[in-house]
Write a protein that binds this ligand. Structure first.
Ligand code: PGA
Length: 259
């Protein structure tokens, strides 16, 4: 079972996760971070940027979870652009050390295998940041994704395209396809940190953490991981059956353990 931490708001979640990342980097200056896009991880990046004075981030490496297929190079909503704007630049990471799956149509046939090879060559991901979609996806692993899946092309659900239309002029501009780390890829990371905020995520979170393991709810894959931390605000935790137990367990956790 994942450790579930329920905090007051997304800012507190960002601070908590940023502290864990700082500890990791202090211990391992060339740590490999698994980077997520979307609104959810932003408080983590903001807290990390605020906390990064005196911290040497020059050797940190990173792998993004996913990318749209077929957006023109430099498109502002490509995840390469988003990661550059929201993570690499504010944190002062070295751009060459941060990789994003290659969504260019010309090389898409082998882009998944290339990405898997790059992650392996880096020694794997130390800490993977995750959000969850309202349909239960993690990365862009939509319902039906195999728990053994590796980085590959997927078709986005209509719901995900609607959810992401806010970043584009219209839903018609949201790409149909993406390339995403698989659930099997994500499960190889040494520590998973899944964040969710707001009532809109409550059903997906309850199903992922307390429902059956099912490819139908890809976020349930976190139940298979030996070290998964789930950080929620009250609204996202509101449908959890065992919320009181999670609060009790966290309140009684030895301080030295961190998350
Ligand atoms: P969000 O997206 O953080 O923008 O809500 C999460 C996701 O789709 O994985």
């Amino acid at each position: 079972m994942a450790e579930v931490v329920i905090v007051g708001d997304s800012g507190a979640a960002g601070t908590l996760v940023a502290e864990a990342i700082v500890s990791l980097i202090e211990e391992r200056p060339d740590a490999v971070l698994g980077l997520a896009t979307g609104s959810t991880p932003l408080p983590v990046y903001e807290a990390l940027a605020a906390r990064s004075q005196g911290l040497d981030l020059s050797r940190v490496r990173g792998f993004a979870l996913d990318e749209y297929v077929g957006l023109p190079a430099g498109h502002p909503e490509s995840y390469r652009s988003v990661i550059t704007r929201e993570v690499v630049e504010p944190l002062g990471l070295v751009p060459e050390r941060i990789q994003v799956p290659n969504g260019a149509a010309e090389t898409i046939q082998h882009a998944g295998a290339d990405y898997e090879a790059a992650i392996q060559a880096a020694g794997g991901v130390d800490l993977q940041i995750l959000g969850i979609g309202t349909d239960g996806h993690i990365g862009f692993n939509e319902p039906g994704s195999s728990f053994a899946s590796l980085t590959r092309v997927k078709t986005l659900t209509e719901q995900t395209r609607r959810d992401n239309a806010r970043f584009f002029d219209s839903i018609d501009d949201v790409p149909m396809h993406c390339i995403t780390q698989g659930l099997g890829t994500i499960l190889r990371a040494r520590h998973l940190v899944l964040l969710a905020f707001g009532a809109g995520k409550a059903a997906a979170i309850a199903a992922a953490l307390e429902g059956p393991l099912s490819a139908n709810l890809p976020g349930s894959a976190v139940q298979l991981h030996p070290r998964a931390t789930v950080v929620l605000d009250e609204a996202a935790a509101s449908e959890l059956q065992h919320a009181d137990y999670y609060r009790y367990a966290y309140a009684n956790k030895p301080a030295w353990q961190g998350i």
